[in-house]
Design a protein around this ligand. Structure first.
Ligand code: DX5
Ligand code: ZN
Length: 223
């Protein structure tokens, strides 16, 4: 199970150190929540901040950009240029999904499709052979610290089946990433459903304990 820390609930005035804390705790993915104030009712940061983070953290961590923005087809290249390795776009925000995913991969990044809780799984199944990851939102995007929506189970199980069938037929493996309300108490259940990659925000970045201590509680839950 890959744990992808989301820094949304970290001290954003000290973003570099928050990311550094996650890397020092042994996490090699960094989930970057990019919000534009249009697709979602919140604003975060963009390519210039990501470029500085890349410089501060070096080449090692995988930068996973979750683009909660309109017109991602026109701006994804800026994120790649800033040092992003993986880009997930929302099916609800992209007009020509297949074209956009193909373009992201042609530009040298891995590509993912994101499904809001109310979006049917079929949108991802249509492009399964073109992608590296499906991001299943288990909260409505826009804010950290929300509660996990359990009805995503059927969506995840459908994806697991479809991906297993694709791999058995010689096709590409695709990660299933879940984002929103993932904590030590539900992460083992998610693995059982077939999830391979969990975004964890407030479960890692909170004022109760350090990232390293929170991470070891999550690792215990997975033992
Ligand atoms: C929500 C973001 C998530 C979220 C995760 O729009 O995509 O990455 O911040 O935070 P928690 O784990 O606190 O739900
Ligand atoms: Zn996210």
């Amino acid at each position: 199970m890959i744990i992808a820390p989301s820094v949304l609930t970290a001290d954003l005035a000290d973003l570099g150190n928050a990311c550094g804390e996650a890397v020092d705790a042994g996490l090699d993915w960094l989930h970057l929540d990019i919000m534009d104030g249009n697709f979602v009712p919140n604003l975060t940061f963009g390519p210039p901040v990501i470029a500085k983070l890349r410089k501060a953290l070096g080449d090692e961590p995988t930068f996973d950009a979750h683009l909660m923005i309109e017109n991602a087809e026109e701006s994804f290249q800026q994120y790649i240029d800033a040092g992003v390795n993986h880009i997930s776009v929302h099916v609800e925000a992209v007009k020509h999904l297949h074209r956009c995913l193909t373009a992201i991969r042609a530009a040298g990044a891995t590509a993912g499709v994101t499904l809001n809780p109310g979006t049917p799984v079929e949108a991802a199944l249509e492009v399964l052979s073109e992608i590296d990851l499906v991001l299943v939102m288990s909260v409505n995007p826009g804010f950290g610290g929300q509660s996990f929506i359990p009805t995503v189970e059927s969506k995840i199980r459908r994806l697991r089946e479809a991906i297993d069938a694709q791999v058995a037929a010689g096709g590409r493996p695709v990660q299933i990433q879940v984002d929103g309300g993932v904590k030590a108490h539900n992460i083992a259940m998610l693995r059982e459903w077939g999830v391979t990659n969990c975004v964890v925000g407030s479960g890692l970045f909170n004022d109760k304990a350090s990232v390293a201590d929170n991470l070891s509680i999550i690792h215990q839950a997975l033992e």
